[in-house]
Each structure stands twice: as C-alpha cells, then as structure tokens.
Design a protein around this ligand. Structure first.
Ligand code: SF4
Ligand code: SF4
Length: 348
C-alpha cells in the first residue's frame, strides 16, 4: 500500500511552492497542457498526489520530468494554485529524493547552508593558491586536472548512484517488467533528449526558448570538451583558441538573457525563481564570462600580473563542479533525459 505522508505539503513548501492546496480539482490545467496525454496525464494528478501526501507514488512517477514549465497551466488556473510551479517544486523534491548523500535536499531547503558551501569551496581554492605561493603556472596546471578529476568523481560517486536510485524508484520498486533488449534499443531516446530537449517544442510558442536551451547545451558541452581535452588555456592552435572564445561567448550571451527575464518576471516561467535557479544561471554566466576574460588576458600577455582573474575563474568552476552539478539545478538536465529514457522503458 502506498505510504501517505500528512506532512508532505508542508515539506514541499520548502522546495518553492506555497498555495497548491487551493486547487479544487477542476482539471483546467491538464486540459490546457499541450504535453499532457491520456497515458501521461498531468499536472492535476500531481497536484492531487501532493495534496494527499502520496510520497511513494510521486517518487515512482516520471510526470514531473515530462513538464517543461511553460507556465500555461498556472496562467489558466482559476484558483491560482500554480500547478506549473508545483511541478517545478516536485522536480526539486525528486532531485533530493534520488540523492543518496542527502545534500541536495539540505541545500535546496537552506539558503545559509548553500552560501556556506560556496564560501567553503572559495576558501579551499584560495587556501590552495596560498600554499602554492600564488604560482600561476602550478595553479593553472592543477586547475586543468581538477576539471577532469572533478567530472569523473562527481559522476562516479554522486550522479551514477543517484541515477540507479531513480531507476529503483521508477522501475524496480513498482515491479515494472522491462526486457533487457529494451534497455539497449531505447538508448537513442536518452541521447536525443539529452542533446536536443526536443519534447519542449511541444509547448506552445516555445521555439525561441528551446533554441536558447539548445545552443546553451551545445555551447556548454563544447566548452567543457575544449577546456578539458584540448586544454584551451594552454592551447596555441588558432582554431582551438577561437572555438573556445565562441563557446564561452555563447554561454555568456544566452545566460544574460535568462538572468534578465528572471529579473523582469514578465513570463510565467520566470516569475518564481528560487535560490537554486539563480545560482544556476548566475554561475553559468560567470563561467562563460570569466573563461572568456582569462583567455583574453593570456592572449594579450597580462595574465601573470592579473592572477586574481584566473583564481576567480577557478573558484567559479570549483563551485559549479562541486555544488551546482552534483546537488543543484544542473541535475535536472540529467534526470530529465533519463526520465525520457525510463518513460520509453515503461512503454514496454
Ligand atoms: S490546479 Fe487549478 S486548474 Fe488545475 S485542477 Fe486545480 S484548480 Fe483546476
Ligand atoms: S507548466 Fe506547461 S508543460 Fe508543465 S504542466 Fe503546466 S502547461 Fe504542462
């Protein structure tokens, strides 16, 4: 029997949503959602499960990941119960539920704790630089290897076990039978959604937002490849140097637009930003900007006298890799892609 948690609604408020209990179950939101289907009907059902505290059913559901937060349902809810924002809060709650370390939940729920984590990582980078006597060459060398090791370690120690937990909640625990062959033949679904997020095109008038997300994902992955594998800051190859400039500029320009729409709050989707949303866009923006400036300082030969700029970039990078990627909003990108994959598996 599904476990009922009477405190679930209160718990969910810590993840961003406040007044979803005003819902009187009219179904307008589901009728208006262009991504809701007969087999996967939402968001009304998720509002209902949340009101009743059906925690296990929510953990086993992929529906929060099938929503792309266009905000249409919230704009048309007669009770102003914000079903779109509820779906977003459920994604945050699920991220915490999948995370075996428990840190995602703690960071989502406590802003002081998040700030402390950012400060501690910054202090560690500065402490390391002091111990190295601010030797730029050494710090850049370690910074380069840090990227590689951090990516591998975060994936192996945090993200992979969390994905296995997600699979356990969605497939194994509810005893969904999936033939092994289906795991292999559905892999295409995973990569298509990871790189294109094409499902979001199903939301009305979402082409511009989809395109921005698309070039951001491509720009981000390409910059990661360029800095980690092509060692951009040490590169002498003109093509690699120009490529890095273009990629960091793309990240900077697109995230400027994201930050400005969150400040203006004109669209439903940008009205309810939580600290984790701000951290994500601001750190992405800082990564693009600082990477661009560091490379420029290298090219005009002033980096030796401005080591602070590289340290600033390294702090942003370390905070991104150790806080936002494993425990913050970055994980939504990963879980959503795997949700599409698991939805395909469930079809079997
Ligand atoms: S969330 Fe709003 S639109 Fe959806 S069922 Fe409840 S009252 Fe109706
Ligand atoms: S925010 Fe958009 S995609 Fe998500 S449930 Fe509402 S209408 Fe559907």
């Amino acid at each position: 029997m599904a476990r009922v948690n009477p405190e679930f609604a209160t718990e969910l408020t810590k993840y961003g949503i406040s007044d979803f209990k005003a819902c009187y179950n009219c179904g307008n939101c589901t009728a208006i959602c262009s991504l809701s289907t007969e087999e996967n009907s939402f968001p009304r059902e998720m509002v209902r499960c949340s009101t009743l505290g059906l925690e296990d059913d929510i953990k086993a559901s992929l529906k929060p990941w099938l929503c792309y937060y266009c905000g249409e349902c919230s704009s048309n809810c007669p009770r102003e119960a914000k079903p779109g924002e509820l779906m977003m809060s459920l994604r945050r709650w699920l991220t915490a539920a999948y995370d075996w370390t428990g840190l995602s939940g703690l960071l989502y729920k406590s802003l002081p704790l998040s700030i402390t984590a950012f400060v501690l990582v910054a202090a560690a980078v500065i402490g390391f630089s002091i111990s190295e006597g601010f030797n730029l060459e050494k710090i850049m060398h370690v910074g380069h290897y840090f990227e590689m090791i951090a990516i591998a370690a975060v994936f192996a120690i945090i993200l992979l076990p969390n994905l296995i937990r997600m699979w356990y909640f969605v497939i194994l625990k509810p005893k969904v039978k999936v033939p092994f062959k289906k795991y292999v033949t559905s892999l295409g679904e995973l990569f298509i959604h990871m790189f294109t997020q094409k499902r979001s095109l199903g939301c009305d008038d979402n082409q511009v937002r989809w395109f921005e997300h698309f070039i951001l994902v491509i720009g981000y992955l390409a910059l990661l490849f360029t800095t980690v594998f092509l060692d951009w800051f040490s590169a002498t190859n003109l093509f690699v140097i120009v490529l890095g400039y273009v990629e960091s500029a793309i990240i900077f320009v697109v995230t400027i637009d994201f930050v400005s729409s969150r400040i203006k709050k004109k669209k439903e989707v940008s009205k309810n930003s939580q600290p984790s949303d701000w951290f994500f866009v601001i750190w992405l923006l800082l990564m693009g900007l600082t990477a661009f400036i560091v490379r420029m300082f290298i090219d005009i030969h002033i980096i030796e006298n401005n080591i602070w700029m590289y340290l600033f970039h390294l702090i942003v990078l370390a905070q991104w890799a150790l806080i936002i990627v494993p425990f913050g909003k970055w994980t939504h990108f990963l879980y959503r892609s795997f949700a599409m994959y698991m939805a395909k598996l469930k079809e079997a």
